[in-house]
Write a protein that binds this ligand. Structure first.
Ligand code: SF4
Length: 404
C-alpha cells in the first residue's frame, strides 16, 4: 500500500472512519443524520457500464440489510462516491427499498446522483413485472429505476420475447431506463444467452477470483462485452467455505496481513483487475465495511504474483467447500427440480456471511414441498458430477436442519 495514491491508513484518517466505524457498525436510529466529513473524501472511480452511456461507481452498495434503520450508510456511500445502489423487492421484507425511499424523501437532490438498481423475482409475466416495478417505485419514492433486473435467472430460456416487449414498454413509460437480470447459477450459460438476445443492457453475476479464470467464464464475459452488456460482479468476497476456520483460511488471512491488505480487500482487487467488470456489488451494512471497501477501490496498488498465487492455492485447497453455481450439472443429474444452487446460496449466507436471517429468508424462498423433501433424497448422482466434490447430500440435510 505504500505506493498507493490514497493509502488505506490515510484514507481512514481523512474520513475519520477508524474512529467512528466501530461506533456506527450497528444499526442506526431512524432519522439519524450523518455529520459531514471534515474534508471532502476522495471519490471511488467510475467505469463505463456496457453501452448504456452511463458511468457507474466501481463499488456498488449492496442493500441486503434493513436500510430503514441504517440511513447513515447511504449518506456515507454518497460522500465516498459510491453512487451505484443495489436492492431488491424481497430484501428484508421490503425494508431495503423502503429505507432508500426514506433517504430520497429527506434528500431529494441525491436521487439524480444515484444509479439505482432493483430486482424482482417470481413470475416474468408482464402484469407481475408491472406490479413489482410499481411497488419498487412507490417504496423508493422515485419515479424511475435506472436498472431493473429479473432476479436470479439461471436459464437463458427465461429471456423471452415477452420480457423484451415488456421492457420496451416500461422504458417508453420512463419507469425503467435499462433492463437485465441477476444470476447465481449457470452464470456462464445465461451470459452467453444474454449476449445473443440483443436487448439485455446489464447484468449482475456471481463472479470472484475463482470463477473469473475459467475458460467458460472468460468466454461468457467476452461475449457480453462484445454485446455491450454492462457487468456487475457479486458474491465476490464470499467465503463460501463450508469448512470454516480451515488451515487454508488462516493461511490466506496471514498472507494478506503481511501484504498490507485484508483478504477481503484482495478479493475485490482481483476482480477489479478485469476492466470488463464495471462494478462490484458488495453488501455493506455498516460504515466500517464500506470504508474498507472504498479504501480498496481508491488504492492503486496491484496484487503481486505472490498474492495471486496465494488466492490460487486457497481456491484449490478449499474447492470442496465452494459451490461454483454449475446447476446444469447437479440439478440435471437429480432431474427432480431440486434447487441445489439455491440451497447452497442459503448455506453460504449462513456460514460465509454469518447472517442467519438472510440464510433463512433465502431458504424460505424455495417452495415448501421441495424443502420438505430435501433431507430424504438420494444425491449420489449429483455428487458424482460435481466438479468440486461437494458433499451435497450432507449439505442438503444440514440446510434442512439449520435453516428449516
Ligand atoms: S453443488 Fe457442485 S455441481 Fe452443483 S452447482 Fe455447486 S459446484 Fe456445481
Amino acid at each position: 500500500m505504500k505506493e498507493a495514491n490514497v493509502s488505506r491508513r490515510n484514507f481512514l484518517k481523512t474520513v475519520g472512519v477508524a474512529g467512528v466505524g466501530s461506533a456506527l457498525a450497528g444499526n442506526q436510529a431512524i432519522g439519524q443524520t450523518a455529520a459531514v466529513p471534515p474534508t471532502a473524501p476522495p471519490s471511488v472511480p467510475l467505469r463505463p457500464f456496457g453501452k448504456t452511456g452511463v458511468k457507474v461507481s466501481m463499488l456498488a452498495l449492496g442493500g441486503i440489510f434493513d436500510i430503514t434503520l441504517n440511513q447513515l450508510v447511504l449518506q456515507r456511500a454518497l460522500d465516498f462516491g459510491v453512487t451505484y445502489w443495489d436492492t431488491a423487492t424481497s430484501y428484508t421484507n421490503g425494508n431495503s427499498e423502503k429505507g432508500i425511499g426514506m433517504y430520497f424523501e429527506k434528500n431529494p437532490e441525491a436521487r439524480k446522483k444515484i444509479f439505482l438498481v432493483t430486482k424482482a423475482g417470481g413470475s416474468h409475466a408482464p402484469e407481475a413485472l408491472n406490479k413489482m416495478v410499481d411497488l419498487s417505485l412507490e417504496r423508493m419514492k422515485t419515479d424511475y429505476i435506472d436498472m431493473f433486473f429479473l432476479h436470479g435467472v439461471g436459464d437463458g430460456a427465461e429471456l423471452t420475447d415477452e420480457v423484451k416487449a415488456w421492457a420496451e414498454k416500461a422504458k417508453a413509460a420512463k419507469k425503467i431506463r435499462f433492463v437485465g437480470f441477476s444470476s447465481h447459477g449457470n452464470m456462464e450459460r445465461t451470459l452467453q444467452a444474454a449476449a445473443k438476445v440483443g436487448w439485455v443492457d446489464g447484468l449482475m453475476l456471481k463472479y470472484d477470483f475463482r470463477l473469473m479464470h475459467t475458460d467458460a467464464m472468460k468466454a461468457a464475459v467476452d461475449a457480453c462485452e462484445k454485446a455491450g452488456i454492462g457487468l456487475t460482479a457479486m458474491k465476490t468476497q464470499s467465503k463460501e467455505s463450508f469448512n470454516l476456520e480451515s488451515e487454508a483460511d488462516l493461511k490466506l488471512g496471514g498472507h494478506f496481513v503481511k501484504s498490507g491488505f485484508t483478504e477481503h480487500q484482495a478479493r475485490l482487487k482481483a476482480v477489479w483487475e478485469n476492466p470488463q467488470i464495471a462494478a462490484i456489488c458488495s453488501q455493506m451494512g455498516n460504515v466500517t465495511i464500506l470504508a474498507a471497501n472504498v479504501a480498496a477501490a481508491l488504492d492503486k496498488t496491484k496484487l503481486t504474483s505472490a498474492d495471486h498465487a496465494a488466492l490460487r492455492l486457497y481456491a484449490q485447497e478449499t474447492c470442496s467447500g465452494y459451490c461454483a453455481g454449475c446447476a446444469h450439472l447437479c440439478e440435471s443429474a437429480l432431474g427432480r427440480g431440486v434447487p441445489v444452487v439455491d440451497v447452497m446460496r442459503s448455506l453460504m449466507y449462513y456460514h460465509g456471511y454469518d447472517d442467519v436471517r438472510l440464510a433463512r429468508e433465502t431458504f424460505a424462498g424455495i417452495p415448501e414441498n421441495v424443502r420438505r423433501q430435501l433431507a430424504t433424497l438420494d444425491y449420489s448422482a449429483a455428487e458424482r458430477v460435481c466438479p468440486n466434490g461437494l458433499p451435497i447430500s450432507r449439505l442438503m440435510r444440514q440446510a434442512g436442519k439449520v435453516l428449516g
